[in-house]
Design a protein around this ligand. Sequence first.
Ligand code: NDP
Ligand code: 8X3
Length: 253
Amino acid sequence: MLDPKTLTVLVTGATSGFGAAVARRYVAEGAKVIATGRRRERLDELKAELGDRLHVETLDVRDLAAIEAMLAGLPEPFAAVNVLIANAGLALGLGPAQEVDIADWHTMIDTNVTGLVNTVRAALPGLIERGGGHVITVGSVAGDYPYPGGNVYAGTKAFVKQFALSLRSDVQGKNVRVTNIEPGMVETEFSLVRFKGDDGRAASVYDGIEGMTADDVAETIFWSTTLPRHVNINRLQMMPVQQAFSAFDIKRV
Ligand code: NDP
Ligand code: 8X3
């Protein structure tokens, strides 16, 4: 197993959900963590909770120049990032394609696709120059299995998967591992964001289900990055036991 104390982890979207759980998991094991996100007060709370091994930076992943400036200005103890967890992302809406607000589609593409490639492109050269590391991308079961209303969100997660696999080919021989983590339903702020603050609708998604938690996902990410250096998990799909697959939807006349 790789010693977590040797890891300097940069995680995007750490103000909530998977990202915050990831920050807690790595700091607890002695790693250094740079936690980023747009909501400063959440970052400050995380800093107060986790202490010296955590560094926080306000960051919108849609802003490539801001990512580059953040990486260039990291304080010395946090400068040598060797694990990138490109987690920031969101779904907006669950309506049929013919009815949705196209601004929501643009925001998902800007965040889940452009934000992801911004983050990876900015951080990857440093990882390689320092001798290697690990890039974790956060896909979704939605990247494989279509569902009504998934439309652009699902499309962005299919992109994440194929980008991650392709990235692996590009960094072959550079000692960089790449893993796409693909969860199913996990109760975080994800549905609250998707349904634009409608608590009742968000909560109903998880009614009667023992869903996975952000800690389950953080544990899986932690595990995949601390496996012996010669092992690469390419893709890892995970679901709650109560979530499975359904048959094709056939409309008969
Ligand atoms: P949360 O809503 O709890 O967390 C999302 C995080 O992304 C927040 O920290 C948010 O921070 C950040 N974020 C959103 N937009 C931006 C942006 N433009 N720049 C920087 N950070 C941003 O959801 P999850 O933890 O569940 O989601 C994390 C990832 O996991 C996402 O990519 C999501 O698509 C994926 N996922 C979630 C699943 C689930 O069921 N929960 C299942 C499969 C995948 P802030 O608003 O402060 O910027
Ligand atoms: C989030 C999981 O099933 O709501 O990616 O798309 S799902």
